[in-house]
Structure formats: structure tokens, C-alpha cells
Ligand binder design. Structure first.
Ligand code: SAH
Ligand code: SF4
Length: 351
């Protein structure tokens, strides 16, 4: 019999299983809190449960799917990246970035990705499979346990690792809901950010659900020809459709959107692209304000894309131009560049 992965189950599902075994709701609560509050990772740790129940849990459930294979630390020790292997040997990466008081985790939602963005190491691997909600949750618990031992904790979670979260919508939101539960991990929705390549129907669904989770949209180009050449998804949902879904999101939620823009020398860092971006973003203006922020980063190298990152002079000129259009923006630091902390870079190299 294959065992159920315990982190795939919601609080209710676990409580129902325990009830079917004749256990009290108190036991279900102890189990939940052991998993998500004490962060225990095996039945041996549950010394507060009777040994018969512990044995039954051990016989019924798997407590881990992720096997850490390679861990790299940046020179300053502030960024740690782990490549995990799933039970079926698929690779998954997660990164911890320490910055001043922030402890930001970057987690994955798929092994590989089907979206094929040409500059992305994960896209270059192709699609392997969706992660389950438990496999998404476990990445967070893995680092939370490490930080806990140092008397520290995760402060932010960005869903910007391998894969397209909105292409695995239910498992991604299921994982976030589980981590969000009050009497468990209790991680506030506002401390999550989901980044999407721009799957329009999923953005609309997300908007209608009016969640407090932050939304980032990977834009990277301001005209359809260029965006389609970098991101094949643009042939299905073009920039007009994407921005209209973004506008709907802003109207329904009143929340700001971050647009991601990786600067590629001579490709999307031109004054023309900056001007076009500045103009196009005006369509999401709401009551005179632009509820958005453009996060500009420099392209990370990836194995099968030969273009380079922009020079800092071009980056500054690009930012200055979009600022002239009244667009809030900033240049983000490339953190962990020496350990290939970019999306899918480690797994992409091994496979
Ligand atoms: N699939 C989602 C989230 C994962 S990728 C998305 O595409 O938004 C997270 C971010 O990294 C995205 O903004 C993506 O465009 C960006 N990215 C991918 N490859 C990159 C590279 N080589 N250099 C810089 N940013 C990259
Ligand atoms: Fe997939 Fe995001 Fe990479 Fe595009 S950038 S291939 S959507 S992971």
C-alpha cells in the first residue's frame, strides 16, 4: 500500500481520519499543532500521543517527500538554496534569503514548467509534473524548522521558484490556505506573493476570490511581438488581455500589482520599451492612482539563452524613463547570484 503524504491533507481531512479511528478531536488538534506549530517531522517526536496512535500514524502516513540533495550558500551566507529530490526523483528547488530583518523563502510549485519562457532555466527543462499541496508546504516547513532552531522564523514567502503557480492553482492555493490556518503555522496571507507568467483566466479567478495574497505579474516586454518571442504564453493571452485582467484584479481587490521585468541587454532595456511600458500601464490607473510597482531586475544567466543582463547604465536609464511616466519602480538586487539562486538554475544544470 502506498502511504498518504500527511502534508497533503487539510485539517478537516486529518480530523476525519482520526475520528474514523475512534480518536477524539483533541487528538486531531494535537496532531495538527505538532505538524504545523511545533514543526515536528516524524511520529517519534509526538511523545504527547499514545504509542498505539503514533504507530498507526507511522503506518498510515509519510512525513516527508523532499530529500535535500544539494545545498549551496552564498559567499555572505545570507542566501541558501536547496535542491530536493521528490520520491519519483523529480527535482525541486527552494531558496532562503536573509535580508536585514526579512527571512524570505522562494518556493516552487512544479517540477519544471510548461510555459517555455526562453530566458528561464526552469522553462528550458520543460514540464515534469505538478507538485502536490503537501510538497509545496514541505518546502516551507523545511526552512521553518532550520530557522526555528536558530530562534528565528520565516517572514515572507514568494511563490517564484520553479513552475507556474497558476498552472497548478488548486495545489498552490491549498498549500497557502494550510500554512495560513490560525491554530497551525498561522502565516498571514499578506506575507505571501504569487508570481504568474500571465494566465489570464487564473488571474480573473484569483481576483474574484479577493484574497489578501500579493500578486506579481511577469511582464518583461511592452509590445506583443517582443513579449511573444520571450514568453510563448503571450500568443495565447496578449498584453491587452493581460492588462485588462490586471485592471479587474485591482478594481475588485483594491490591491497593488507588482510587474516583474528582467532587463536583457539590447532586447527589452531600450528607451522605446521603457516609454511603451510607461504608456501601457496607464490603462490600469484607478481613480487617478497607479496601483502598481515595476520590479526591475537584471537577467540571470541560464544555460540555453545567450543574451546578457543590461549594463547598470542602461538599467538606470530604463528606470528613469519609466519614472518619467509616473510609474513606481525599483531595481532589485540580484541575491544569491553566486549560487545560481535564479529560478530553476540548479535543477536545470543537473537535468
Ligand atoms: N512562473 C512564474 C513564477 C516563477 S518565475 C512567473 O513566471 O512569474 C519567477 C520570476 O523569475 C518571474 O518573474 C520570471 O520571469 C523570472 N525569471 C525567470 N528566469 C529569469 C532569468 N533568467 N533572469 C531573471 N529573471 C528570471
Ligand atoms: Fe515557467 Fe515562470 Fe520560468 Fe516562464 S519564467 S518558464 S512561467 S517558471
Amino acid at each position: 500500500m502506498t502511504s498518504t503524504f500527511i502534508y497533503d491533507l487539510s485539517h478537516n481531512e486529518l480530523a476525519e481520519i482520526l475520528a474514523s479511528w475512534g480518536e477524539s478531536t483533541f487528538r486531531a488538534k494535537q496532531l495538527w499543532q505538532g505538524l504545523y506549530l511545533q514543526l515536528w517531522d516524524s511520529t517519534d517526536r509526538f511523545t504527547n500521543l499514545p504509542s498505539t496512535l503514533r504507530q498507526r500514524l507511522a503506518d498510515t502516513f509519510l512525513f516527508t517527500h523532499l530529500q535535500p540533495e544539494t545545498t549551496l550558500s552564498s559567499h555572505d551566507g545570507e542566501t541558501i538554496k536547496t535542491l530536493f529530490r521528490l520520491p519519483d526523483a523529480q527535482p525541486v528547488e527552494a531558496v532562503l534569503m536573509r535580508y536585514e530583518k526579512r527571512r524570505t523563502l522562494c518556493i516552487s510549485t512544479q517540477a519544471g514548467c510548461a510555459m517555455g519562457c526562453v530566458f528561464c532555466a526552469t522553462g528550458q527543462m520543460g514540464f515534469r509534473r505538478n507538485l502536490t499541496s503537501g510538497e509545496i508546504v514541505e518546502q516551507v516547513l523545511y526552512y521553518a524548522r532550520q530557522l526555528h532552531q536558530e530562534g528565528d522564523e520565516v517572514t515572507n514567502i514568494v511563490v517564484m521558484g520553479m513552475g507556474e503557480p497558476f498552472h497548478n492553482y488548486d495545489a498552490t492555493l491549498g498549500a497557502i490556505d494550510r500554512l495560513n490556518e490560525r491554530d497551525g503555522f498561522n502565516f498571514g496571507a499578506r506575507r505571501f506573493t504569487i508570481s504568474t507568467v500571465g494566465l489570464v483566466p487564473a488571474i480573473r479567478r484569483f481576483a474574484a476570490e479577493k484574497r489578501q495574497i500579493n500578486l506579481a505579474v511577469s511582464l518583461h516586454a511592452a509590445d506583443d511581438e517582443l513579449r511573444s518571442s520571450l514568453m510563448p504564453v503571450n500568443r495565447k493571452y496578449n498584453i491587452d488581455e493581460l492588462l485588462s485582467a490586471c485592471r479587474e484584479y485591482i478594481e475588485l481587490t483594491g490591491r497593488r500589482i507588482s510587474f516583474e521585468w528582467a532587463l536583457i541587454q539590447g532586447v527589452n532595456d531600450t528607451p522605446e520599451q521603457a516609454r511603451l511600458l510607461g504608456e501601457r500601464l496607464q490603462v490600469i490607473k484607478r481613480k487617478g492612482t497607479l496601483l502598481c510597482h515595476v520590479n526591475v531586475i537584471l537577467l540571470n544567466p541560464s544555460p540555453h539563452y545567450e543574451q546578457r543582463a543590461s549594463t547598470s547604465a542602461n538599467a538606470e536609464a530604463f528606470l528613469a524613463e519609466i519614472r518619467r511616466h509616473g510609474i513606481p519602480c525599483s531595481l532589485r538586487l540580484r541575491r544569491g547570484i553566486d549560487i545560481q539562486a535564479g529560478c530553476g538554475q540548479l535543477a536545470g544544470q543537473k537535468y
